[in-house]
Design a protein around this ligand. Structure first.
Ligand code: ASP
Ligand code: MG
Length: 417
């Protein structure tokens, strides 16, 4: 069996859904199709949640426009207004309204998951019904009852053992050849919906691949495959035909957006190849990620992470930054779930480069200011070059101010402005 995953961009409108149909209908294997929310629905739901807290009028307007967006797509796909999908999605929007306004939850993160998870419910109900209407018979699976997680809302961890049992109960290729389900979401043991972290649908596909011993997992993207640089920031890009899991992990970790960092592990553990292919150009071969270390080329690969903050801590009493100090710092970072992209220490200072996307970086500065002299720079970029050459480095760092530079055998990093 094979797992296909389609992200929001691939199904942002009715043409996208038809394109998905054209791709899946050529597949003759047993198949699970994992789908994200339509277009930018997840962002819209995040906004709805925020507005629901204190601006209920604005929130209702936003909800109406999200509903219109979905119904425009439905009207296009189902000319028969009596099709049951109309009622089903109407019902789901009612549920979303009541989740947004009526229900009280203990924490924001818990509420977040209950609200934001609707995107995938809408999209998969619509797409499953559409495929069935085209005689592409498939069974809709409620992944909230299959991928069982802990209750770390917004970043839930999947209980692989329990989920394996549920997968076996719900997905067998005896009665059905095609299943369609939601990416990004799961269900906690206490019965709430959970989410696996933004952009988490690739990860869902990988976990299902692992649990079902898939032959391969294919993620359909808006690029031809994994490129050696993000075309948004770099002019010349080349597609990588085959890369190893190791290479892919490095790329994902340092910010190559095409693969979600968590995706590789479940596949690597079972040696399941991952294909990154283009839904715009489905005939293309894309990139194959496998255990092909020998295929990793010496082509420099450029990865840029924007909006970085570089923080340097100097102990006020001039004590050396040794194990004790470091472990204090790291416990805090892990407690706060602050992602550290690069570290560097000297005898009397410790520097770390983190994503500066939320208020946590400010809290961090506050937290350490009693024991340390804290210096920081923000609006920096972290540039990683795999398989670097002097020429490659020069090309991308020339004229930039370099704050930190690190080189290992295959990888170099630059914190730059
Ligand atoms: N819909 C979710 C998001 O936008 C999950 C995903 O797209 O992978 O974050
Ligand atoms: Mg999405």
């Amino acid at each position: 069996m094979i797992v296909f995953k389609f992200g929001g961009t691939s199904v942002k409108d009715s043409d996208g859904v038809r394109n998905l149909f054209n791709i899946v209908k050529t597949c003759s294997d047993n198949l699970i199709i994992v789908v994200s929310a339509l277009g930018k629905t997840t962002n819209a739901l995040e906004e709805i949640l925020k507005l629901s807290l204190d601006e209920s009028d604005k929130c209702k307007i936003k909800l109406e426009s999200l509903k219109d967006y979905h119904f425009d797509i439905i009207k296009n796909l189902f000319p028969d207004k009596k099709h049951e999908i109309y009622e089903q999605i109407e019902e789901q929007f009612k549920n979303l309204y009541s989740e947004s306004f009526d229900k009280k939850h203990d924490s924001f993160d818990l509420k977040y998951d209950q609200v934001v998870s609707f995107g995938e419910i809408f999209s998969t109900k619509i797409i499953s019904a559409f495929l069935n209407s085209q005689e592409f018979s498939n069974k809709w699976i409620d992944i909230r009852k299959v991928l069982i997680t802990d209750d770390t809302y917004r970043e839930a961890k999947i209980d692989m053992k329990l989920s394996k049992t549920k997968v076996e109960e719900n997905i067998s290729f005896k009665d059905n050849n095609i299943y369609l389900t939601q990416g990004f979401i799961g269900g906690s043991k206490s019965g709430f919906v959970t989410t696996l972290g933004r952009e988490g649908s690739d990860y869902t596909a990988a976990v299902l691949g692992n649990l079902l011993d898939a032959e391969k997992v294919v993620v359909w993207k808006d690029v031809d495959g994994v490129l050696n640089a993000d075309p948004q920031y770099f002019n010349e890009t080349k597609k990588l035909d085959k890369i190893s899991y190791q290479e892919a992990v490095e790329l994902a970790y340092f910010g190559a957006k095409v693969i979600h960092p968590k995706t590789l592990k479940p596949l690597h553990n079972k040696n399941i190849p991952l294909f990154v292919r283009s839904f715009i150009n489905p005939e293309g071969q894309g990139t194959e990620i496998d255990c092909f270390q020998k295929y990793d080329q010496n082509l420099p690969i450029f990865i840029l992470k924007k909006d970085q903050m570089l923080i340097s801590l100097f102990p006020k009493d001039l004590s050396f930054v040794m194990e004790d100090e470091l472990s204090k710092i790291f416990s805090y970072l892990s407690e706060q779930r602050i992602r550290v992209n690069l570290i560097q220490n000297s005898a009397i200072s410790f520097s770390l480069c983190i994503d500066n996307a939320n208020s946590k970086s400010k809290q961090l500065l506050e937290k350490f200011k009693d024991d340390y002299k804290v210096l920081y720079n923000d609006q920096l970029e972290l540039l990683t070059i795999r398989h670097y050459s002097e020429e490659a480095i020069k090309k991308v760092t020339e004229g930039r101010k370099i704050y930190i530079e690190q080189r290992s055998r295959h990888t170099s990093h630059f914190v730059i402005k």
